[in-house]
Design a protein around this ligand. Structure first.
Ligand SMILES: NC(=O)c1ccc[n+]([C@@H]2O[C@H](COP(=O)([O-])OP(=O)(O)OC[C@H]3O[C@@H](n4cnc5c(N)ncnc54)[C@H](O)[C@@H]3O)[C@@H](O)[C@H]2O)c1
Ligand SMILES: [Zn+2]
Length: 412
């Protein structure tokens, strides 16, 4: 299976003006009274309220820096509370000092606790260390945890907050694109157990999510684009206009332009908000977020978690789009467009060293199975996904073969 076919769309995109700036990116982020562009960047912030059981539950603040954090915390009444900032070894170095100094102005006492970075530390042992620290520092029920980092820090801190003294408040300060577009919203917290991902956890809502898109500038390219895969997923499953907007802003996204990142993260959170509000406990609609994840998780497992999650789910999204084409939900041209649009964002659309049969059998162990039946997410069209329980092994195998790029293909 080669990739000789390049959709018209990709050719158009690759040849379009590198500095194109779409008027649409100027929408509604700004205070109408601000005049200069510099001023706009500084004050540029907006917020979105996430509802839970139809009531406002927490706000997401979107900002280009940390300048609004102190005020936001003051609004949560931190002045007479102790705050523990939980970070990993990387986010401690990158943002620990700045965030700590801000918090010191708005809280009774601030402590910072860091654990070694990496998914391997998303365990109960790390949570235990956090409990120990909180007990030593005499944290009580009215005190507060702050998760400063990516999805690993967010998931662990949320779980520690959900369980310490049967629940204390926490806020999320997500610093990766995965965390800003996905993991910090929706209240899923937890840890891995004995090598099983997210096996132990709780639904527990933060009091605030503070998104500083400026932090994304420090991410390495691989992490950035892996997070971008989830952003693209949001467009594909729910919002065709957002998907097109992403393609139109490819160059600004590559440049990590603050203004465009802000709008991108906001729009992405808008999709996640729609989904989690409709289905907070993952009984229906939330399954759509699993687009690309059935085959993606199987590839992740087959590759012993050596590949980045976003890259695996990109392959899974291509395979799911392929099945959607074969079922005549989308046209061949649409399939190739969906596939090819990942390329300019440095995401893989084929993989060479897998065994397609093994991938099919690994899809069976996906947690998202229901009564032995895979809940497969397919596209009805671009911007609209649905759950299908009738996808067969043969369809999955054909789709995996479509993304499998073997040595024989090289010789063709
Ligand atoms: N709770 C949910 O709903 C949900 C959803 C999706 C993913 N997740 C979880 O999220 C985790 C993956 O998230 P992740 O990719 O953010 O992982 P991560 O937290 O491990 O972050 C990736 C790496 O980037 C570093 N880092 C963080 N911020 C940085 C920055 N601004 N600049 C440079 N480096 C930075 C981290 O130290 C780490 O080394 C997984 O454990 C996954 O299960 C949870
Ligand atoms: Zn994912």
């Amino acid at each position: 299976m080669g990739h000789a076919y390049m959709s018209e769309w990709l050719v158009r995109l690759m040849t379009s003006n590198a500095n194109k700036r779409c008027e649409a990116s100027q929408i509604c982020l700004y205070d109408a009274n601000v005049n200069s562009y510099e001023e706009e960047i500084h004050i540029m912030a907006s917020r979105m309220t996430i509802n839970y059981e139809k009531k406002p539950c927490y706000d997401i603040v979107f900002a280009g820096d940390f300048s609004l954090l102190a005020e936001e915390l003051a609004d949560l009444g931190t002045a007479d509370r102790r705050v523990a900032v939980i970070c990993d070894s990387n986010t401690e170095k990158l943002f620990g000092k700045e965030v700590r100094e801000i918090l010191e102005k708005s809280a009774k006492k601030v402590i910072l606790h860091a654990f070694p970075a990496g998914e391997a530390n998303k365990t109960l042992d790390t949570v235990k260390e956090i409990y120990r620290k909180l007990i030593e520092e005499k944290f009580d029920r009215k005190d507060l945890l702050v998760a400063l980092g990516g999805g690993v820090v967010g998931d662990i801190t949320g779980y520690a907050a959900a369980t310490y003294l049967r629940g204390i408040d926490f806020i999320q300060i997500p610093t990766t694109l995965i965390a800003q577009s996905d993991s910090s919203i929706g209240g899923k917290t937890g840890v891995d157990f004995d090598g099983y991902k997210n096996m132990v956890g709780a639904f527990y809502m933060p009091k605030l999510v503070y998104m500083n898109v400026g932090t994304l500038k420090k991410l390495d390219d691989r992490q950035f684009y892996a997070g971008f895969a989830e952003v693209m997923k949001h467009g594909l499953i729910k919002d065709a206009l957002f998907y097109e907007w992403l393609l139109d802003h490819m160059y600004e996204i590559h440049d990590r332009d603050t203004e465009v990142l802000l709008e991108m993260v906001m729009k992405s959170c808008g999709v996640k908000k729609l989904v989690v509000e409709k289905d907070p406990k993952e009984q229906g609609e939330r399954a759509l977020l699993n687009f690309g994840h059935t085959i993606g998780h199987a590839i992740e497992k087959a590759k012993n978690f050596e590949m980045v999650h976003g890259e695996c789910i990109t392959l899974g999204m291509v395979a799911a789009a392929f099945i959607s084409w074969k079922r005549e939900n989308i046209s061949m041209e649409e399939y190739y467009e969906v596939r090819d649009m990942f390329v300019p964002f440095n995401l893989p659309i084929s993989i060479d060293d897998i065994d397609p049969e093994e991938i099919v059998s690994l899809t069976k162990s996906d947690k998202k199975m229901e009564a032995g039946q895979i809940k497969f997410v397919l596209l009805k069209k671009v911007g609209k996904a649905y759950v299908d329980r009738t996808v067969t092994d043969t369809e999955i195998l054909d789709a995996v073969k479509e993304i499998y790029f073997s040595d024989e293909d090289m010789r063709e």
